[in-house]
Design a protein around this ligand. Sequence first.
Ligand SMILES: Cc1cc2nc3c(=O)[nH]c(=O)nc-3n(C[C@H](O)[C@H](O)[C@H](O)COP(=O)(O)OP(=O)(O)OC[C@H]3O[C@@H](n4cnc5c(N)ncnc54)[C@H](O)[C@@H]3O)c2cc1C
Length: 496
Amino acid sequence: MTEHAVVIVGGGPTGLMLAGELALAGVDVAIVERRISPELAGRRAGGLHARTIEVLDQRGIADRFLSQGQVLQIVGFNMVRLDISDAPTRHNYGLALTQNHFEQILAGWVDELGVPTYRGREVTGFTQGGSGVEVALSDGRSLRAEYLIGCDGGRSLIRKAAGIAFPGWDPSTSWLIAEAEMTEEPPLGFRRDSVGVHAIGRQGTQGKLGLVLVERQVGATDEPTLGDVSEALVGIYGTDFGIHSPTYVSRFSDMTRQAATYRDRRVLLAGDAAHVHPPIGGQGLNIGVQDAVNLGWKLAQVVKRTSPEGLLDTYHAERHPVAARVLRTTMAQSALRRTDEQTTALGEIVSELAAMDGPRRRLAGELSGLDIQYDLGDGHPLLGRRMPDLDLDTANGPLRVFSLLHEARPVLLNLGDSGLFDISAWAGRVRLVEARYAGPWELPVIGPVAAPTAILIRPDGHVAWVGDTMQSSLLDALTTWFGPSAQPRGPADSQM
Ligand SMILES: Cc1cc2nc3c(=O)[nH]c(=O)nc-3n(C[C@H](O)[C@H](O)[C@H](O)COP(=O)(O)OP(=O)(O)OC[C@H]3O[C@@H](n4cnc5c(N)ncnc54)[C@H](O)[C@@H]3O)c2cc1C
């Protein structure tokens, strides 16, 4: 039986990102993906939000995506565009890039890192014991792994087989989404009727039209066809405008559910396997990729035995609330899509508010992912938040903070006097970098904050500790996040 330290089920955005993170950390990881070809059928995500671009930048691969997409202001709430060009980030924009394209580029990186993919076969079940998981494949073979990660999408077999509950809300609205040609010219823009808001727009340059149509019936689970789109058009516009030559036809709904737990012993869930919601706001792919970046380094440390397996519980503790908030916001946006007069009036008021500066910053901070703060206790506003990509001066010349994270290793950044810190007990695990920074400190949504002396940055770019001396809280943070020191505690504690 073939063995890997980690087997990931699903080579979509989440599974690919997680595989890359684990491979960077030197973990033996493999992906099982049922699609034979990396090509993605149908239309799914259309872009990346600012924090996802930052996360890719932390690994030194953002340019691969930026060079293939279109930089745009893509954040919106209730159809109000929320400009983030004043946000304190190098990437104060979103990126229009199809999911198919995104996956191809990410898969290229994962291939470079040497991750094997078992393509064209499905995981059909698993059994987990005290020391590992046995994974059954549709070709009759089995794999053995220390950990099994379900990145297998909203209908996740891994979640179901693990018996993890998926509470939430059934769909109340279903949409058809398609790109096709028409022999007659349709009215472009939005059309409201008693069923909902429908839209037709020009796509690209080759005479294609993009359609998003609310369906009269909810609950269809089969793959939609051009016939379904034609029927929906006739119901809404009285004609199908001679629709033909579809590039894709897809369906999505406002079903909203979240896994009760992201971990059952040696089995963990990430991405759509852990949370599903309507694509309004364009969040799903983004939070899946960020789940992967939160989990990857923790799982790597546990597999390498530098951290106890309890570290894995911080993955649920940190990421479950993030998706819960996304679910709440998408439910609110779905509700505002209703076309009755009361909801229309409410929507107008919400849109007026969203366009005001304070609400714009607050909503844009959430939807772009730039305002995420993990609960790491009280302290400096940076604690638990993303580390900004500052331009540093070092003895070796200028350096960007994100370039320190390319290898997905933690960094203690000392911006104070040289020699303040000795973390040799974590040598080989945590890198100490001494630098100078004289610029402003500003966080998305929060605004200016006091300049810290030293910052402990986790591999996912979130700040684990802020302080100014070799105090015990630093030793605690190092131990919590990167495992016990190689030396017993002693003199450093007494320097407090
Ligand atoms: C119409 C539409 C529009 C969307 N728009 C946006 C948007 O604008 N922005 C955004 O961020 N998100 C958007 N989303 C959501 C986004 O597509 C998903 O959140 C994203 O694909 C989740 O990635 P994932 O890797 O977690 O899951 P998936 O992309 O679903 O990948 C799961 C993978 O697992 C494989 N798999 C499943 N079961 C097995 C098995 N048993 N064995 C082996 N392999 C298996 C599948 O083949 C698949 O490749 C949209 C979705 C839809 C439907």
